[in-house]
Write a protein that binds this ligand. Structure first.
Ligand SMILES: NC(=O)c1ccc[n+]([C@@H]2O[C@H](COP(=O)([O-])OP(=O)(O)OC[C@H]3O[C@@H](n4cnc5c(N)ncnc54)[C@H](O)[C@@H]3O)[C@@H](O)[C@H]2O)c1
Ligand SMILES: [Zn+2]
Length: 338
């Protein structure tokens, strides 16, 4: 068990058996899931009264949240009802947002079913929906009562979605966990897919990195920014092309930050090369697919920009990062775009 706050904890291992204990026998539960998870994990989903939303990012919308509010009213859900998200980051974000706002807040729990949701989206209490093309622009801070994490649920995930989540595991290692970094270096993609014990130890380590950061900065006043390693460039890639999953874009973003850190002598060459090698070892491409000029334009429009400066998280060792504030007008020079 990993405690996140006094009222929120993560359970991993034989946790799925603990689900009914965590919920409590007298609690009314409404599960929210998506079409794919309802199909692949029917035995779990059908234990509960449940609502199925369409699969994919489009479900993370105010329209979908509104439909859920109406469903909840029609089902006479009240403040004693617990909402249980069973799904990937789309389902946990949508459910967390609806739970935090319906009748001014219901209790909720998460059963993340993608690697990305386990190590990232389900942790931290930040949940939200997209507004047109603006990602995560409407949201809430509220911790789930519990997150129940069973890596066997990942067996049905596609290789591409699995790998996408691995980028966030690598990110956690580079932020703060050299042991995790070494474990990943000594594992192949196939071993991580098939060896449940190995996978669970990596998931748990990555979760702990995020939990530590969240505990130190629950409401994102600054420190939590380290979790954005690779994400500024990733968002630029995601804006320019739809050929890359989020994790694939983050992998490229992290490699790019290694190159930038190296250029500014913030990291030793052997460490930078090791990080890029690990990213490639787990099957990611690290070449920038869009021009840095185009990326720069998107970066300057980033919502995380702070006035005339932008924070870039740069690796300083195989498990350490630094938050570097760069003036927007110096960004192209800093990134090495001539
Ligand atoms: N709240 C946060 O702090 C936070 C952090 C990171 C990401 N996110 C959000 O998470 C979302 C991405 O999450 P995601 O990658 O899990 O996407 P997702 O929820 O869309 O899941 C990816 C795909 O896998 C399917 N799926 C889910 N579980 C499965 C399983 N066990 N077997 C087979 N298929 C399965 C889904 O139906 C979907 O098609 C984004 O919207 C992102 O903004 C939020
Ligand atoms: Zn991410």
């Amino acid at each position: 068990m990993i405690k996140v706050t006094d009222h929120s904890a993560i359970y991993i291992g034989d946790a799925i058996e603990q689900l009914s204990r965590l919920i409590g026998s007298d609690k009314r539960v409404i599960a929210i899931t998506d079409e794919n998870v309802a199909k692949y994990h029917a035995a779990l989903v059908e234990q509960f009264e449940h609502i199925v939303v369409p699969a994919g990012e489009a479900a993370k919308s105010l329209a979908c949240a509104e439909q859920l509010y109406v469903e909840l009213i029609e089902r006479q859900a009240d403040r004693s009802t617990l909402l249980l998200a069973i799904g990937g980051g789309v389902v946990t974000d949508l459910t967390g947002f609806v739970a935090a706002t319906y009748m001014r807040g219901l209790h909720f729990g998460f059963v993340p079913t993608t690697l990305l949701a386990m190590v990232d989206a389900a942790i931290g209490g930040k949940n939200g929906v997209n507004l047109n093309r603006y990602k995560n622009m409407v949201g809430t801070f509220r911790q789930p009562d519990f997150v129940v994490c069973d890596v066997s649920m990942l067996q049905t995930l596609s290789d591409r979605d699995f790998r996408s989540g691995l980028a966030e595991v690598i990110k956690a290692a580079v932020i703060a966990d050299s042991q995790l970094f070494e474990k990943l270096e000594h594992s192949t993609f196939e071993q991580l897919r098939c060896d449940a014990e190995l996978l669970q130890s990596c998931v748990e380590a990555a979760m702990r990195v995020k939990v530590e950061v969240v505990r130190a900065d629950e409401f994102e006043s600054g420190l939590r920014r380290v979790l954005n390693l690779g994400h500024t460039v990733a968002h630029a890639i995601e804006q320019q092309t739809s050929d890359y999953t989020h994790g694939e874009a983050v992998a490229i973003g992290m490699a790019e930050m290694c190159r930038v850190a190296l250029r500014h002598s913030l990291i030793m060459e052997q460490d930078a090369l090791k990080i890029v090698a690990l990213i490639e070892h787990l099957g990611f491409n690290t070449a920038m697919p869009v021009s840095m000029d185009d990326a720069l334009r998107v970066m300057l429009a980033d919502k995380k920009r702070e006035g005339d400066t932008l924070h870039l998280i740069l690796p300083t060792s195989i498990s350490g990062v630094k938050d570097v504030k760069v003036a927007c007008k110096e960004l192209s020079e800093f990134l090495g775009i001539l």
